[in-house]
Design a protein around this ligand. Structure first.
Ligand code: HEM
Length: 371
């Protein structure tokens, strides 16, 4: 696809697909030609919290909101998070009772980001199970493509959004009285200084963090272990110098097995992309997973090589919507691996289970990984 029809029209879905590195980068970078407002809502229909959030809006509103929320995700703030993430990783490792067979996804890579986000948002420990449930529903896909399954999913998600809305409203009221060391308190403070994040926008942002930050980071960690079991000689190299190699490893996993495969945009005006004539209003799907394996951009693109330098992968997007949580995701993945290696430097993939990918064209990860 990438070579033969790098930008193609798919009649069935009524959308363009961009596969080559340059086109994907152009789509993501060019905010004036490609809008992030993908809503197909009719007049009078209510927008979901995600449709109103950062990831779905264009400048100037995006610029304003992003500059507010950036404060909570700077590399300096992340430095303060290191010991807290290390504690959470160790808590999960302590809970492993039988190291002779561990499901890495269920016992480690799935709970870790949920617990981190809960703490970042300042959700009380007692609510964390409820929080995990909500977070599962928000990112759940339909069990099959039947109208009943789709309807059931929509109903459950609407209920979840409502419950989350009520929940965060209470939390915000509590944090107004007693601010803490968490993102919600930072955002309330910003609101009080006369800037324009409304309470609904804060709630929408909290829900976006659940959607954007959990499953993605889970898949990054699981995909790393998938690579380790596939390329044991590279894992040996990592074991010799974890501190020196893990940051590079995280980048190469992001490129080689990208947790988010695609993002879509809507063309704002007629334009030409790598020879394809795109009309205003057309949907364009930018396939970052394909771009990250483009031989025109990466030498031996199909080789997992942690020494790759530079490694300008597009796994976190590009341009104004570049992943806000990238410093956090990188830190979480690095800590997850470093703390694991201290306890279980030697492991292998169990036989007797199949490496089943999550059913999605949007995210890429494994349902389970038994070690
Ligand atoms: C945006 C990927 C983790 C929060 C994005 C985008 C990508 C992405 C590709 C760009 C969307 C676009 O261009 O439309 C990933 C991957 C992650 C990850 C691969 C983990 C490996 C996180 C985490 C958080 C987060 C941990 C926060 C806790 C966000 C937010 C945006 C975003 C808020 C929207 C930014 C904007 O529109 O300005 N992410 N993400 N992400 N991500 Fe992440």
């Amino acid at each position: 696809m990438r070579k033969e029809s790098p930008v193609r029209w798919d009649e069935k879905r009524g959308a363009w697909d961009a596969f080559d590195y340059q086109s994907v980068k152009n789509v993501l970078e060019n905010k004036d030609l490609f809008s992030s407002n993908r809503s197909r809502r009719q007049e009078g229909e209510q927008a979901s919290p995600i449709e109103l959030s950062l990831i779905s809006i264009d400048p100037p509103k995006h610029t304003q909101m992003r500059s507010l929320v950036n404060k909570a995700f700077t590399p300096r703030v992340m430095k303060d998070w290191r010991p807290r993430i290390e504690r959470i990783a160790n808590q999960l490792l302590d809970e492993i009772q039988d190291p002779s067979e561990i499901d890495l996804v269920k016992q480690y890579s799935y709970p870790l980001p949920v617990m981190v986000i809960a703490e970042i948002l300042g959700v009380p420990i007692k609510d964390q199970d409820k929080f995990k449930d909500w977070s599962d529903w928000v990112v759940a896909g339909p069990t099959d493509n039947s109208p009943e399954a789709l309807k059931k999913l929509e109903e459950n998600q609407q209920r979840t959004y409502y419950e989350l809305y009520v929940y965060f409203k209470e939390i915000i009221a509590m944090k107004r009285q007693q601010p803490g060391e968490d993102i919600i308190s930072v955002l309330i403070q910003a609101e009080m200084q006369g800037t324009t994040l409304t309470e609904d926008e804060i709630i929408g942002f909290c829900i976006l963090l659940l959607v954007a930050g959990n499953e993605t980071t889970t898949n990054l960690i699981s995909n790393a272990y998938y690579c380790f079991t596939e390329f044991p000689e590279i894992y040996e190299e990592i074991l010799k110098d974890p501190a020196g190699t893990l940051p590079l490893t995280v980048e190469e996993v992001l490129r080689y097995r990208s947790p988010v495969q695609s993002m879509s945009r809507v063309a704002k005006e007629d334009t030409v992309l790598n020879g394809a004539e795109i009309k205003a209003g057309n949907i364009v799907v930018a396939w970052m997973g394909a771009a990250n394996r483009d031989e025109q951009q990466f030498e031996n693109a199909h080789e997992f090589n942690i020494r790759r330098k530079p490694n300008p992968h597009l796994a976190f997007g590009k341009g104004i919507h570049f992943c806000l949580g990238a410093p956090l995701a990188r830190l979480e993945a690095e800590i997850a691996m470093a703390e694991w290696i201290k306890r279980y430097p030697r492991f292998e993939r169990s036989s007797g289970f199949s490496l089943e990918p999550i059913e999605s064209t949007f995210v890429y990860g494994l349902k389970e990984l038994k070690l």
